[in-house]
Ligand binder design. Sequence first.
Ligand SMILES: [Zn+2]
Ligand SMILES: [Zn+2]
Length: 397
Amino acid sequence: MGQQADNTGATIAAYLDEMVALRRDLHRHPELGYDEHRTSEIVADKLAAWGYQVTKGVGKTGVVGTLQNGNGPKRLGIRADMDALPIAEATGLPYASNTPGKMHACGHDGHTTILLTSARYLAETRDFSGTLNVIFQPAEEGGAGARRMIRDGLFTRFPCDTVFGLHNWPGVPTGQFGFISGPAMASVDKVTVRIIGKGGHGARPQETVDPVVASASFIMALQSIVSRNIDPLDAAVITVGTIHAGIAPNVIPDSVELELTVRTFRKDVQENIKARIQTLAKAQAESYGAVAEVDYPSGYPVLVNHADETEFARQVALDHFGTARVEQEFRPISASEDFAFMLQEIPGSYLFIGNGDSAPLHSPLYNFNDEILPSAARYWVKLTETYLAKNPSDKPI
Ligand SMILES: [Zn+2]
Ligand SMILES: [Zn+2]
């Protein structure tokens, strides 16, 4: 099957002005995780108007739209995220955020617009047989909105055989598709360590237990985990991002608080590092007569793309956009993404689309590239029409 000539591109191109207007409206009105009330209202109203069965309040502010067509047995999920970030926008764009300190700096305004546009096209043309669930999730940025939707029965109330999602990617040519089979994005754990000693006069250290010295030793010991405890062929990062102690140069403080971020690409590596950090914190503190308290809540897991579904998604891009539009060597990414929770439940794949030469994600200068809207919307349409093909012999997985 080569590149197919069809009307999808032309039809979606005709939506372009509306798509751009919607994306910029969402951009102007950013809402943080679990506060996406206006955004989810817009999503729900549009889906209902196009004939979707709409369920609001899945995982607080999440929305699911279901469209069944024909009697095909397969059930497809496509997910977009809706939340913004607590960042002050500095783009100076005419449609910049109207809310001080909040900004769509990760392009979730674009992801929402892309999926809505595809949903509209698929409702109007209905060239598929089966059940389509479009999933609009809250709180991707640290709030684990995907996990909250799952705990709220996402995949039992709206069963899906497979689920897909996408993220725009700055630095990759505009509209280029990227696929990664297997571990694609890192796990992330945020760890807080308190080292508690006994404060006192800076000139009489013998009467104190200095937690600053103990924490310095702990930080150096941390450097041995990746270099000495992890297989050299596995990747991992441990960063001490904050360290707070003391108020005066001549006073030894009672305690030191450190915050760490830990990233890995394998669950066993994630667990190994967790055990090592806990052991080292306690042992290092103890060796100075201090005590360590470690708060290690579980963060986002490694995002692992399933092989068959990734191959299917890649083939859809090759068939409908051609080889020149598909990056052959898309490398795993050390950022994290809570779509990982969905991929722990059912098979699927998370893919990337180039945002061109833009400022990086989470930068106050970042802007989603509207040029990728039509391609990305057409991609979801083609993926749906292929997965939920009317002719069963066309079904690839
Ligand atoms: Zn982000
Ligand atoms: Zn994002």
